[in-house]
Design a protein around this ligand. Structure first.
Ligand SMILES: [Zn+2]
Length: 603
């Protein structure tokens, strides 16, 4: 009898859990492969366990053995909608509580969904190739045979070989390096002693340079990027300190960051000890560093306390957004926290409109059936609906009590993988004295009902109103003679200003043309440029197609390219052009982004 499955998106079974993996790998840029071996330490958690189920995707497995004896093990491959289920037959007589080491010799495919290989011309300096991984949600299985589920956590160690002159970094501590290991090879050794889910495995390799920002913080990037990054993120230690004040001691030892090439599909990825960041954050004025606060907070919510399956992903993202904005409030004032929360609601509204308000994907806890890829339902819903839910709960229990709860929640569930039930049970126990007040909470409705949140939180809209009033006045203007765009807004307020215009049924051409002439050239802030260009498309101003195409092809962050491509394609006469632009640049985008864009464009 095989054990119970632990996650609809994984083949892993409850009766045999991987607790450590040891990688010994070579990164081959010419072949676009990573090859070598992984040795899994598997804890036997049931009686008479004879099968180990692993996930894989596009891997070729050359040998499977018991690591200690070298005895060959039988491996049966079965295709699933989300990759491969590898059934490895274990020897008889393994006792419950014992562990066994299984070694797999394997190679990845050049098409591995979790790796992006960049030719030298796709990097900033254009001299060396570059590669980076993105394992969230279920791409670790394209890098190594593993139990690719957040339900289990593993420590790991790794030996990585790169071509000489290139450096490898991982979501782990570098413990040894030999830049001249013979045969034109550099060798790096890593250790991650805090157990992590597989989606937090991360590798980056290329020509990388670093700047120290504090005793425990360092930023990495390509030459030409690293100094800009050091300036932009100089205050990271202050943010880390503010997060510790809210959530307790930082346990990961180091907080390093790496700024990736422009095709990185996300704003940031909270890989432990090495946050991955998009270069679109380098606005030159530190105005977008809230993304770094977000990734820092994941060091507690997500990386220490982890949602056990993708159905409970809001426990990672909703908590992180909620705490990120608390920290923003402490650093920049209460009104900024409320402004960010309001702006978050706009993002949520966009997602709900995109999927449709009855779509099950807009529920806080969406259901997965084993064929749905979490990437396909990725949206702001777990972030913003989750954060709204916690904001609502805070309005009932009070801010100070909620802060106290957050610290205790982290202590209670650190190093564990939990479900929404675990959260609710702990929350109601913690607030047993407020049971009467908590009776009003419609827990199941919050979790399962699609669409916008069932309770509308009251955010302080002082800063919002200033921005939206200005936007209404601005869009009604017909004469821009002598007018200057100078409202004294913060970046977030300016974002709200544009989003208010984007929500209108239609926008007239004149004000948008004015923005393109007077505002667009004066800002290198990607959030602002993205919105001004979106307004151009909303106003059907095809005369700015070129600027839109430049923006769409100069970076691959999905937050920008997905909605802007959709708007671009919707403009009368542009549909064919959008497809052409996408096809011509498809190889520049990350696999995940390219797949989503193709879907968005109906290809
Ligand atoms: Zn996040």
């Amino acid at each position: 009898m095989a054990g119970e499955k632990v996650d609809p998106c994984s083949s892993a079974r409850a009766d045999a859990a991987c607790t450590h993996f040891s990688l010994d790998l070579t990164i081959d840029f010419a072949a676009k492969t990573i090859s070598g071996s992984t040795t899994l330490t598997v804890e036997i958690r049931g009686d008479d366990v004879r099968e180990l189920h692993l996930d894989g995707k596009d891997l070729s497995i050359d040998a499977t053995t018991l690591a200690d004896s070298g005895e060959r093990l039988d491996l049966v491959e079965k295709a699933t909608p989300l990759g491969m289920d590898y059934t490895i037959h274990l020897p008889a007589g393994l006792e419950k509580g014992s562990s066994v080491k299984v070694k797999l010799v394997y190679s990845t495919s050049p098409l591995a969904s979790g790796v992006q290989w960049l030719r030298p011309e796709q990097t900033a300096v254009k001299e060396h190739p570059f590669m980076f991984t993105q394992c969230q949600a279920i791409h670790a299985r394209s890098l190594m045979p593993c139990q690719d589920t957040p339900a289990f956590k593993c420590t790991y160690d790794a030996t990585m070989r790169t071509p000489k002159g290139l450096r490898a970094l991982m979501s782990a501590k570098l413990v040894d390096e030999n830049l001249n290991a013979g045969d034109n090879i550099s060798l790096f050794k890593f250790e991650q002693k805090t157990a992590i889910p597989t989606y937090l495995l991360a590798i980056v390799a290329g020509s990388l340079f670093s700047r120290d920002l504090s005793e425990r913080c360092r930023v990495w990037g390509e030459q030409g990027t690293v100094d800009k990054a050091a300036y932009e993120f100089e205050e990271v230690e202050k943010m880390l300190g503010a997060a510790e004040e809210l959530l307790g001691p930082y346990v990961w030892e180091r907080y390093d960051m790496v700024v990736l090439p422009p095709s990185f599909p996300y704003g940031g990825m909270e890989n432990p000890m090495l946050t991955f960041l998009t270069p679109t954050l380098l606005a030159g004025d530190r105005s977008l560093v809230n993304v770094v606060v977000h990734e820092i907070v994941h060091s507690w919510t997500g990386n220490l306390v982890t949602s056990s399956t993708w159905e409970h992903f809001w426990l990672n993202e909703g908590f992180t957004v909620f705490c990120e904005r608390k920290i923003l409030g402490r650093l920049e004032g209460r009104l900024e926290r409320h402004l960010a929360a309001y702006e978050g609601l706009n993002a949520l509204r966009d997602s709900v409109e995109h999927f449709g308000e009855d779509s099950p994907y807009t529920a806080l806890c969406p259901k997965f059936d084993g064929s749905l890829d979490p990437d396909d339902v990725f949206s702001s819903v777990p972030y913003e609906k989750g954060s709204n839910f916690l904001f609502y709960l805070e309005s009932i229990v009070g801010e100070e009590a909620m802060n106290d709860f957050l610290k205790k929640y982290v202590i209670r569930f650190s190093h564990k993988s939990i479900t929404t039930d675990d959260f609710q049970k702990f929350f109601t126990e913690f607030f047993a004295d407020k049971a009467e007040a908590l009776k009003q909470v419609q827990w199941e409705e919050w979790y399962n009902r699609p669409g916008m949140p069932i309770v509308k939180n009251k955010f302080d809209d002082t800063l919002v109103t200033k921005a939206t009033n200005a936007a209404d006045e601005f869009i009604a203007k017909t004469d821009f003679e002598g007018f200057t765009f100078d409202y004294g807004f913060s970046t977030m307020q300016e974002i709200v200003f544009y989003d208010h215009l984007l929500q209108k049924q239609s926008v007239p051409a004149a004000p948008i043309k004015f923005l393109m002439k007077s505002r667009f050239p004066n800002t290198s802030n990607a959030e602002l440029r993205f919105r001004i260009l979106s307004l151009c498309m909303k106003a059907n101003l095809t005369e700015f197609n070129k600027q839109v195409i430049d923006f769409l092809t100069s970076q691959g962050r999905m937050k920008f390219v997905r909605p802007l491509f959709r708007l671009f394609a919707k403009v009368p006469g542009n549909a064919y052009k959008a497809t052409e632009v996408f096809k011509a640049h498809r190889s520049q985008y990350h696999n995940i982004a390219a797949a989503m864009l193709a879907k968005d464009l109906g290809l």
